[in-house]
Design a protein around this ligand. Sequence first.
Ligand SMILES: Cc1cc2nc3c(=O)[nH]c(=O)nc-3n(C[C@H](O)[C@H](O)[C@H](O)COP(=O)(O)OP(=O)(O)OC[C@H]3O[C@@H](n4cnc5c(N)ncnc54)[C@H](O)[C@@H]3O)c2cc1C
Length: 438
Amino acid sequence: MSYRTIAVVGAGFSGSLLAAQIARRSAKARVLLIERSGVFGRGLAYGTTCPAHLLNVRSGRMSAFPDDPGHFVDWLKANRPEFADPQGFAPRMIYGDYVQAILAAAGDGVERITGEVVRVEPTTAGVSLLLADGTALEADYAVLAIGNPPPDDAGGKGLGDSERYFADPWAPGQLDRVGERDDVLLLGAGLTMIDVVLALVEQGWKGRALALSRRGLLPRPHDPVQAVTVARQPEASDLLGMMREVRTRMREVGWAEAMDEIRPFNQLAWRSATEAERGRFLRHLRPWWDVHRHRTASEVGQRISDLVDKARLRVAAGRILMVEPVDDGLMIEWRPRGEARARNETFGWMVNCTGPLSDLARSKDRLLSAMFEDGVARVDGASLGLDVEPDCRVQDRDGDPHSRLFAMGPPTKSAFWEVVAVPEIRVQAKEIAERVLD
Ligand SMILES: Cc1cc2nc3c(=O)[nH]c(=O)nc-3n(C[C@H](O)[C@H](O)[C@H](O)COP(=O)(O)OP(=O)(O)OC[C@H]3O[C@@H](n4cnc5c(N)ncnc54)[C@H](O)[C@@H]3O)c2cc1C
């Protein structure tokens, strides 16, 4: 029997699901699933150990398999019945258990390799991969499921390795150092900020926090019960026209429904937009889009507004001008948006919650740097991710697609825009599995 070998780089949701899809489809395929952290099936989102970190998509929409929409809820009924409400938002760590169970069920067809891929080299017969420890691997196909790069550190104002500044909000254990009554400055007001606040509250923190971002917009919460939404094809065929229509629809049916009814058409609108239109969307509409589109669980929204009501969390639009280490903390000079006068405030700690670095060209990731240097890949025109074909094949330095190298999940945002959450990634996993086995 001749085996086809597929190397999958990264074992978060994307890589794990792809491996499972391949194993489900063919007993003649061998998947090399390569993960640098040594933890398979969780990735950044589902690797949290904080029970207050909930999914931000209802359980009823979180099946890993597009052709079996009830799969996650059925798994919950069998394994964690207390969370089996399809309208509910289960803890993210339980979703990680679910992905790990799917991976375990994929069986021997998936070989787990702990290591960091630092180079990929497409050849005419396949793809060669090099791991950081010097191991070389050969595969017929390779798929990059490497997730988002770590956050941009620009907000740190050169704080570098100050022990009072947490440049990576996800680094395990660091929040333990925040004292019960310490005040915290959170750079950014999006979903990462909310995760950090919830983790602090979970550990018994009773201090106060200022969440500072350019616009001071908080992610909107989901309604406790989802309305039944019928997909509605927008009349406009261009991205910006479609956004104008959404704003009009918001006044008619509310923002949540207006966003939900166009979701099936988002990828298409993005794909047909010109580079200039994409640029205008990103410059002017992205912050607005992000807070409406990427919502929090309703109970998370409630916890955040309780903290705001109690003045334990302030959310402000503004910009940091200067940060200076002082005794037991950091003195921050910041200017509220639209005001001429700056303010000085002292915080015990500062946490970078600005979200993943969006321009991959500035990433220090060894694999990405090697791929750009070797001309194996290039960054797309809007600097959102890798330049990929509609079928997810990676384009080289000249824009020519490799035949055997694919990418999926967040690095393909450039081509699809809406491809960072489970409902879209699961479709990508199924389609790429079909392509590499075809
Ligand atoms: C905090 C958070 C919460 C989220 N919540 C939800 C939610 O509730 N619902 C939803 O639908 N979506 C959610 N998302 C979106 C989420 O991005 C996707 O659901 C999905 O988890 C993305 O998975 P991924 O495998 O592409 O990336 P990741 O989870 O980042 O996994 C990438 C993996 O690749 C590994 N890796 C990277 N480079 C290499 C290399 N060179 N060699 C070897 N291994 C490598 C990394 O170690 C990592 O494990 C959330 C995202 C975040 C960040």
